[in-house]
Design a protein. Structure first.
Length: 95
């Protein structure tokens, strides 16, 4: 799961949310102006700029397209499903 920590009137936060919606990536939004415990935890970890993007393996702060792309890849990989059901034709055996 991916979490976006942001604040009101944060254009970079809106840009990050737009990007994730465009990529159809599920995420949770946390408003740091309302969640003081999350704000304190993230500040203690050195994150001083929003948006803060948190995945199970990484946390980045500030609007960073490369970090967003990596977060999308991570989330998509963790939600991908595999099936060996022969009734599902993937076309993998075609030349």
């Amino acid at each position: 799961m991916l979490t976006v920590y942001g604040q009101p009137n944060c254009q970079p936060c809106r840009m990050a949310e737009y990007y994730l919606k465009r990529e159809k990536v599920p995420y949770t939004y946390v408003d740091l102006s309302e969640d003081t415990q999350a704000l304190a935890r993230l500040k203690k970890a050195g994150h001083m700029q929003t948006p803060i993007i948190e995945t199970p393996t990484a946390t980045t702060s500030g609007f960073n397209v490369d970090a967003l792309k990596q977060a999308v890849v991570e989330v998509q990989a963790s939600t991908a499903t595999y099936t060996d059901d022969p009734a599902i034709d993937t076309g993998a055996d075609r030349n």
